[in-house]
Design a protein around this ligand. Structure first.
Ligand SMILES: Cc1cc2nc3c(=O)[nH]c(=O)nc-3n(C[C@H](O)[C@H](O)[C@H](O)COP(=O)(O)OP(=O)(O)OC[C@H]3O[C@@H](n4cnc5c(N)ncnc54)[C@H](O)[C@@H]3O)c2cc1C
Length: 506
């Protein structure tokens, strides 16, 4: 009896329970990846996502070949592909991981479940990380997360049977036609081998000082683990990352500074699942505000010129534009800068959250719907229970890029401008512009301070008039933290740890 192992966002052989279970049956195994045309037409998918997946499929194929098997890549709807395979060679079982994606993948999963039931084919899904399907009691979530993270790591199967007779491995595959084909010249490369290397370099060296260096776009590029696309497409398992980080932190020779950094890093791995759980519990978050009564905060279509200037890195606020242009070029930006980009779109530019959310989703190589949509809403003030976080793009710039190093790298128009003027080039006199350049850099889209004040007032007024305690309580009981008030810990002397990556309600 043939077992299909259906790979989705789990492109690895190590710590892959469905693959191991299929191998243990001692019967033919068919490792399958499906390129689904409908998925690649969604407005939150892009060529850079595919490029990372493509690297990872090449690497997965190498891993499977080493084990004696191969990879089959098919184009089409999953149920059609399964039906074809069933007709050609017969399928007894489909094994895969659970996935918390957007509405499209959820609907596709339902159709696969229904098809398997109709055909009398066993479909078995394994939990991939600490996200719990049909979670009934949020109070139990933390325990469940720890349980999953502490469970043993599965080695890759020692060997796999060759592909079932009549099935050809796919030598090469066509890219899907994506709606967004924008190039990303400095994108992170995919594949488990690269993911493992990145993890090793982070745990050995780069993690030291993590919590102090993750907010500035200058230092974050190296200080952050950069594992996000690998986690999003499962080239390295989250459990493996968690356990290796714990072991590195607990090693008797590890210095206390490194231990603290790794503790801080591990808390982010917890947030990964904490956020995805929100979309799992309430899939509508992809389309409407978490606090339903705040969905109408902004009526009417977005101002297209403002949206376009924000998307193109042409707002006239240097740090905002440098971040957007860096993101276009590399597919990654750190948490604080993602939060600032989203907050500027929502408050100063007063754009409805959905267009900016889709733009950022396409730009992030690591796009993970379960983190992305709740984070976007949090940064846009749509949870209804968090204080508003309106970033001042000039203060952020002066604090996080004081010398203008990051700005100069991404805004060639300002390459010659000295540090003290680079954060507010609109204040330069004509003769300063003549001397240092900066004439070609665009003027700000509006007065950011006035716009921030107006936004704060508009949100406050709307909340007073339209927000009910009943809906606020619903949000709290559905998504609220169960940890109680956060304990204030004394700050270490010297550096200030950058703890601005607040989880939704902690
Ligand atoms: C508006 C907005 C959208 C975002 N969209 C995404 C997204 O689509 N995909 C994505 O992976 N992250 C997203 N994030 C969270 C965060 O910015 C990235 O996870 C992080 O920058 C990735 O870089 P890293 O792997 O080097 O992070 P590290 O700091 O090394 O963290 C390690 C891992 O922990 C998890 N993590 C870290 N910070 C957070 C957080 N605040 N919330 C949830 N999980 C976290 C991620 O899986 C990350 O890879 C978003 C944040 C914001 C503000």
């Amino acid at each position: 009896m043939n077992t299909v192992v259906w790979f989705k966002r789990d492109l690895r052989t190590r710590d892959h329970a469905p693959l191991l279970a299929a191998a243990a049956l001692g019967e033919p195994v068919l490792p399958l990846f499906v390129v689904e045309p409908g998925y690649w037409q969604l407005p939150d998918t892009s060529a850079r996502h595919w490029a990372f997946i493509n690297d990872s499929l090449q690497d997965l194929r190498r891993q499977l070949r080493r084990l004696g098997s191969d990879l089959v890549v098919c184009h089409g709807e999953v149920t059609e592909i399964l039906a074809r395979l069933n007709q050609t060679v017969g399928i007894g079982r489909v094994f895969c991981h659970q996935e918390t994606g957007g509405a499209w993948t959820f609907k596709r999963d339902l159709s696969v479940i229904a098809w398997c039931e109709e055909q009398g084919i066993q479909l078995r899904e394994w939990q991939q990380f600490g996200v719990v399907r049909r979670l009934r009691d949020r109070d139990l979530w933390d325990n469940e997360w720890s349980h999953v993270m502490k469970a043993g790591i599965h080695d890759a199967p020692a060997q796999l049977p060759p592909l079932p007779e009549g099935i050809q491995a796919t030598a090469s595959w066509q890219p899907p036609i994506t709606a967004c084909t924008e190039a990303c010249p400095d994108r992170q490369a995919g594949g488990s081998a690269r993911g493992e290397k990145l993890l090793a370099s982070f745990l050995e060296r780069r993690c030291v000082g993590y919590q102090y260096n993750i907010s500035s776009p200058v230092t974050a590029v190296r200080a952050c683990s950069r594992l996000s696309p690998h986690i999003a497409y499962g080239t390295v398992s989250l459990r493996q990352i968690y356990q290796e980080a714990k072991a590195a932190g607990n090693h008797r020779n590890t210095l206390p500074r490194k231990q603290r950094s790794l503790t801080s890093f591990r808390s982010r791995l917890h947030w990964h699942c904490h956020f995805i759980q929100k979309l799992e519990d309430e899939p509508e978050l992809e389309f409407r505000a978490m606090h339903r009564e705040l969905e109408n905060l902004k009526n009417g279509p977005n101002d297209t010129e403002r949206l376009q200037r924000w998307q193109e890195g042409q707002t006239g606020w240097p740090l905002v534009d440098a971040c957007m242009r860096a993101l276009h070029h590399t597919g990654w930006i750190n948490f604080r800068m993602r939060a600032m980009l989203m907050a500027v779109a929502s408050y100063q530019l007063w754009l409805h959250w959905r267009d900016p959310a889709l733009h950022l989703a396409r730009q992030f190589t690591d796009f993970e719907p379960g983190i992305h949509y709740p984070q976007v809403q949090m940064q846009s003030g749509l949870t209804g229970i968090n204080g508003l976080r309106i970033y001042n793009p000039v203060l952020q710039s002066q604090k996080l890029d004081p010398e203008g190093e990051f700005i100069r790298r991404w805004l060639p128009e300002l390459a010659g401008v000295p540090a003290k003027m680079i954060h507010t080039p609109w204040l330069m006199t004509p003769s300063q512009k003549q001397r240092y350049g900066g004439n070609t850099y665009i003027s700000p889209v509006c007065d950011h301070e006035q716009a921030a004040r107006a936004a704060r007032k508009a949100v406050g007024d709307f909340r007073k008039r339209h927000v009910s305690q009943t809906e606020t309580n619903r949000v709290l009981s559905c998504h609220g933290s169960r940890k109680g008030p956060v304990q204030k810990r004394p700050k270490p002397a010297g550096d200030e740890p950058q703890t601005d990556q607040l989880s939704l309600f902690d």
